[in-house]
Design a protein around this ligand. Sequence first.
Ligand SMILES: C[S@@+](CC[C@H](N)C(=O)[O-])C[C@H]1O[C@@H](n2cnc3c(N)ncnc32)[C@H](O)[C@@H]1O
Length: 185
Amino acid sequence: MVKHTFPVDRADALEEPSRYEHCSREELLAALGAGSDATVVDLGSGTGFYTDDVAPAVGRVVGLDVQRAMHERYRAKGTPANVALLTGAVDSLPLADGVVDAAFSTMTYHEFATPAAAAELARVCRPGARVATVDWTSAGTGASGPPTDERYDLGHAVETLESAGFRTEQASSRTETFVHVCRRV
Ligand SMILES: C[S@@+](CC[C@H](N)C(=O)[O-])C[C@H]1O[C@@H](n2cnc3c(N)ncnc32)[C@H](O)[C@@H]1O
């Protein structure tokens, strides 16, 4: 089930460098903590803004997005050699059991935040795999990002992912965003 999708006709906004104000490349790589041979999934990869930042640091990135047109935007920009694009939804991942070493989502959790999606993530992650989530918080002002009533807070991510078999390692809420890092038990 897809709750909501970011409109493709606004995809240019996803390429704005000012987005690093809310999540920098360095913060994302530190949260992910993936090694140079890791297979990493970007959940809701969009135009590949953050996929491009992660790709040079890991073995392989699977950019998953429910909108084929987002992949077309990313391909037009140029995808790194170690990035493969898959079309599908987080609650129905086109991946085998236990093949994922790490996963992340940036500004997308609010679009897939269901127990079914967390269960799918648990299925494809190997034991010990890390999942890093950075998203707009419902506790924010709404000055940037989606309206606050379309967002979730940190506690929602903690509960949803822990219920699916992940253990929280890092959890922090900031002005407009939250960061949650957990590990597959
Ligand atoms: C707000 S954009 C963020 C894109 C990217 N993560 C970034 O930070 O630049 C959300 C993306 O997630 C995708 N998406 C929404 N719901 C999804 C789902 N259930 N499964 C996979 N992708 C999804 C949308 O098509 C869109 O490209």
